[in-house]
Design a protein around this ligand. Structure first.
Ligand code: SAM
Length: 295
């Protein structure tokens, strides 16, 4: 944990962003649920589904805030590794002859393990992992990290997690350190996006993957009208009622509208030097998941 030093925001935008998240840190999780009607959980689950992390992966979650991505990434939640005993059992029943194969086909339904067998034989603990998975949550705002760390402690999920104060535009890490870099709903808050992308490329190992969840452009015109009405008329009201902070949530809506659309952001990621850049629209483009590789 590196709460020791302060990162001082320099530009006007950075100062404003800092204040917004300092103000909302304690209410951040509740607000996320309220404003997205819980759907932000599905978007984050989707990121992890596409990531499909292997054991031993080193993740850097930038603008990680209260740790939602890192908690989903840790082995207890997302990585299932068969116990050795099950792997050996599978090998032992491999049929050798035609006759055995037929016999086996006939009794296959009897041999199909029940979900209970599977649950008993699959482990979610670390004993089978070839190497420990680790996640570093990095955020410019120590108030957000503080809330995340408290959450980790109360859920007993602190192992494998570290919390680092740092600016996405100037990451406090050496080159070629991480297998995956994630940034969820964070990059639009950064003043120089191109600089943040350069930093992502720098800290990733060759072969590493950049993944970004961000609000994007709604493609369906009917949904777009509804979404506009919801964001401009309801979100600031929710912000005022729940967090007592109309302005912060008005800023949020404006920052979403200013962020480049799917194709433009894809080009920016390519310009930064990533390969195989692609994106998936979630909820009709309300959110886009962009992915690219460092080669
Ligand atoms: N990733 C978390 C999630 O999905 O719940 C938090 C997202 S929150 C909307 C945006 C976060 O970006 C805030 O915690 C804020 O402090 C952080 N942030 C803003 N500018 C940043 C910067 N330049 N470097 C690192 N983090 C930044």
């Amino acid at each position: 944990t590196h709460f020791g030093f302060e990162t001082v925001p320099e530009t006007e935008k950075a100062k404003r962003v800092y204040k917004v998240f300092e103000n909302v840190a304690q209410k951040y999780d509740i607000m996320n649920d309220a404003m997205s009607l819980g759907v932000h959980r599905l978007w984050k689950d989707m990121l992890l589904h596409v990531m499909h992390p292997q054991p031993g992966v080193q993740l850097l979650d930038v603008a990680g805030g209260t740790g939602d991505i890192a908690f989903r990434f840790l082995p207890g939640r997302s990585t299932f590794v068969p116990r050795k005993s099950l792997r050996q059992k599978r090998r032992a029943v491999t049929p050798r002859s035609q006759e055995e194969r037929q016999k086996r086909r006939a009794t296959r339904s009897m041999q199909t393990p029940s979900w209970q067998d599977i649950a008993n034989n699959y482990s979610t603990d670390d004993e089978d992992l070839p190497q420990e998975s680790k996640a570093v949550v990095c955020d410019i705002n120590k108030e957000m990290l503080k809330v995340g760390k408290q959450k980790a402690d109360s859920m007993g999920m602190s192992a494998g997690l570290s919390w680092v104060v740092g600016d996405a535009e100037e990451l406090p890490f050496d080159d070629d350190q991480f297998d995956i870099y994630t940034v969820a709903f964070g990059i639009r808050n950064v003043t120089h996006i191109d600089q943040a992308l350069q930093e992502a490329l720098r800290v990733l190992k060759p072969g590493g993957r950049f993944m970004c969840l961000e609000f994007s452009k709604v493609t369906n015109p009917v949904l777009a009208r509804l979404y506009d009405a919801y964001s401009f008329q309801i979100i600031p009201v929710l912000g005022e009622v729940i967090a007592g902070d109309w302005k912060s949530y008005q800023y949020l809506v404006e920052s979403i509208r200013k962020f480049p659309d799917q194709e433009e952001f894809k080009r920016m990621i390519e310009d930064a030097g990533f390969y195989c850049v692609q994106y998936y629209n979630l909820t009709g483009g309300v959110v886009a998941l962009h992915s690219g590789f460092k080669l």
